[in-house]
Write a protein that binds this ligand. Structure first.
Ligand code: 5GP
Length: 197
């Protein structure tokens, strides 16, 4: 992964927990087929409706560790202290070699590793409109226990402080507008005019 012409077609989207990275990337997947959304590997179990090979490559801990040992990952990280998530080098290389614009939706630790490996990739920070809104989104989605919510909010504070490390910030006020801004940064004309929000 030292080919910088490859790096030039790669965009990394990161941001704090609960900011809506998954929602924005799902919107891009469904509305912008010209974007190749990198399918990550993970040790977490599939959620209802998630398809192996589409949303993630669901691996056992043993399989994941084997890929680590083989140097198969461009980046990987343990996210929220539980499961491992990683981007397989060949996923990114094949898409970029085919001339596709590749989007990686990964956590901050992963984004920092990609910056080391591919400094010429484009790094986008997805930010909440405000801290209050981030808390509302995290509590509102109701998928985590109170203790877990507290832990993630502590992590979110550290994650928000990383914004200056990125090339560009997009505020996720409305999903469609954020997605428009994101694809615009990838050189794609958005279907609907974004508001600049
Ligand atoms: P979820 O389990 O909700 O799908 O994702 C949890 C977190 O894992 C999100 O913050 C997401 O950005 C992150 N994530 C997903 N795929 C990857 C990956 O390949 N590498 C890294 N470092 N983080 C990832």
């Amino acid at each position: 992964m030292t080919d910088h012409s490859t790096a030039g077609s790669i965009t990394v989207l990161a941001g704090p927990t609960a900011v809506g990275k998954g929602t924005v990337s799902t919107f891009v997947r469904e509305n912008y087929p010209e974007v190749s959304l990198s399918v990550s590997a993970t040790t977490r179990a599939p959620r209802p409706g998630e398809v192996d090979g589409v949303h993630y490559h669901f691996l056992s801990h043993e399989q994941f560790d084997e890929h680590i040992a083989n140097g198969a990952f461009l980046e990987w990280a343990t996210v929220h202290g539980v499961n491992k998530y990683g981007t397989l080098k060949h996923t990114v290389e094949e898409a970029a070699a085919a001339g596709q614009k590749v989007l990686l939706e990964i956590d901050l630790q992963g984004a920092r590793q990609v910056r080391e490996a591919l400094p010429q990739a484009h790094f986008v920070f997805l930010a909440p409109p405000s801290w209050e809104e981030l808390v509302k989104r995290l509590v509102g989605r109701g998928t985590e226990s109170e203790e877990e919510q507290h832990r993630r909010l502590e992590t979110a504070k550290l994650e928000l402080a990383a914004e200056p490390e990125f090339d560009q910030t997009i505020v996720n006020e409305h999903v469609e507008a954020a997605a428009s801004e994101l694809v615009t940064s990838m050189g794609i004309t958005p279907r609907t005019a974004h508001t600049g929000a």
